[in-house]
Ligand binder design. Structure first.
Ligand SMILES: *Cc1c(COP(=O)(O)O)cnc(C)c1O
Length: 356
C-alpha cells in the first residue's frame, strides 16, 4: 500500500494528564486520522491532522437517520517501552462488516491499518505506562451528505481518535452485579445487533438506567422473541461455568462477535478446556444455580478484558455467584490475556503487533 498519508502537525501540543486522573474517554491526544469518501473518488485524502472539532452541515445525514458506526481497541505500553496492538486486523474486519450492514462504503483494510500505525507512531508518547493503563483507539465513520431523505449518504468521513485511559481495575478484579432485563430488548435476528452501529447503544440506555436505579451495574440482555435465551451484556459477551464446563451463547445474528470472546475461546481450548457455543436459556442458568452448579460467570470485552459477575438478578431471583468472589478461570484468563497484551509473555497465538 503506497497511499501517501499527509501529516499536519498541531501548532500546540497538550500537557499529558497524570495516570491517576485518566478514567475512561475524557482526554484526547494531539492528532487524529481522517479520510473522506465521495462517489467520484471513493475513500480518499487519508491524513493525520490536529485533533479539532468537525464542521458538519446541520442537514448531514448522520444527525437524522443514524448512519454512524464505530470500533474500539487499545494500544499497550510494554515494560521495555514497546507499543503493542492486540489483534487490530479483527477490529478492521469487523468495521467493514458493520459498514456493509449499514449501507456504508467499506475501507481498504491495509490502508486503514497503515493509517492507524502511522497515527500511533506520531502519538507514541501518549501511550501511558502506569500499570493497567492504555491508549484507547476509537475508529468511527459517519454520513456527512447534507440531505434530508431516508437513503444511504453519498459522502462519509472516517476518523480515528485516541484517548489515554486509566486502569479498569484498581488492584484486583472486582465482580459486577448484573440485572437480567426482561422488558426491553437490544437486538433481534435480521436486525443490527451483530454489528457496532451507534444506534444500538442509544437504544440500550433506558434499560441501563433502570438497572442502575435498581442497584445493578449492567444489563444482561435476553433474546427479543421469547425473552428466554441469554444474549450478552451491554458491551460485553457473557460466559458461564456450569459443573466444570464453559458455555457461551453462540453467535446467532443478534449478538456482537467480540474479539475478546474469540480470544477467550481460543485460549481456553489451548488449555484443553472445552468451550460450548450454544443457545442457553436463563432458566437453565437459574436451575444450575439452584443445584449449586453455577460456578463462575464472566463478561468479556476490550475495556475490562474479563469482568467477573458476582450477582445475577433474574425476575427477583438473586443468584450470588462464587460467593461474589472472582473465580479461578476469570482470574487466569484475565492474567494471561493482559500479559500477552502488555508483552510480558511470548505471544504463541500471533495476536500482538508492535508499533515501530
Ligand atoms: C464491543 C462490544 C462487545 C465486546 O467486543 P470486543 O471486541 O471484545 O471489545 C460485546 N458486545 C457489544 C454489544 C459490543 O458493542
Amino acid at each position: 500500500m503506497n497511499q501517501v498519508i499527509e501529516f499536519t502537525k498541531a501548532s500546540q501540543l497538550k500537557a499529558k494528564p497524570e495516570p491517576s486522573v485518566l478514567g475512561f474517554g475524557k482526554y484526547f491526544t494531539d492528532h487524529m486520522f481522517i479520510m473522506d469518501y465521495n462517489e467520484e473518488s471513493g475513500w480518499h485524502a487519508p491524513r493525520i491532522a490536529p485533533y479539532e472539532p468537525l464542521m458538519l452541515d446541520p442537514s448531514a445525514l448522520v444527525f437524522h437517520y443514524g448512519q454512524a458506526v464505530f470500533e474500539g481497541l487499545k494500544a499497550y505500553r510494554a515494560n521495555d517501552g514497546r507499543v503493542l496492538l492486540f489483534r487490530p486486523d479483527k477490529n478492521i474486519r469487523r468495521l467493514n462488516e458493520t459498514l456493509h450492514r449499514m449501507c456504508m462504503p467499506t475501507i481498504d483494510e491495509e490502508l486503514l491499518l497503515d493509517g492507524l500505525k502511522q497515527l500511533l507512531e506520531i502519538e507514541k508518547d501518549w501511550v501511558p505506562s502506569a500499570e493497567g493503563t492504555s491508549l484507547y483507539i476509537r475508529p468511527f465513520v459517519l454520513a456527512t451528505e447534507p440531505f434530508l431523505g431516508v437513503r444511504p449518504s453519498k459522502s462519509y468521513k472516517l476518523l480515528i481518535i485516541l484517548s489515554p485511559v486509566g486502569a479498569y481495575y484498581a488492584g484486583q478484579l472486582t465482580p459486577v452485579k448484573i440485572y437480567v432485563e426482561d422488558e426491553y430488548v437490544r437486538a433481534i435476528q435480521g436486525g443490527v445487533g451483530h454489528v457496532k452501529t451507534s444506534g444500538n447503544y442509544a437504544a440500550s440506555l433506558l434499560a441501563q438506567k433502570k438497572a442502575e436505579h435498581l442497584g445493578y451495574d449492567q444489563v444482561l440482555w435476553l433474546d427479543a422473541k421469547e425473552k428466554k435465551y441469554v444474549e450478552e451484556v451491554g458491551s460485553m459477551n457473557i460466559f458461564f461455568k456450569i459443573k466444570g464446563e464453559i458455555v457461551t451463547p453462540s453467535l446467532n445474528g443478534s449478538i456482537l462477535s467480540g474479539i475478546t470472546r474469540d480470544s477467550v475461546i481460543t485460549m481456553l481450548k489451548s488449555w484443553g478446556v472445552p468451550v460450548r457455543e450454544e443457545r442457553i436459556s436463563i432458566e437453565e442458568v437459574y436451575e444450575a444455580y439452584l443445584r449449586g452448579e453455577l460456578e463462575e460467570v464472566f463478561g468479556t470485552g476490550t475495556a475490562a478484558v474479563i469482568s467477573p459477575v458476582g450477582e445475577l438478578n433474574w425476575n427477583d431471583h438473586r443468584m450470588i455467584i462464587n460467593e461474589n468472589q472472582t473465580g479461578p478461570f476469570s482470574k487466569r484468563l484475565y492474567d494471561e490475556i493482559t500479559q500477552l497484551q502488555y508483552g510480558l509473555t511470548k505471544d504463541t497465538f500471533g495476536w500482538t503487533i508492535e508499533i515501530k
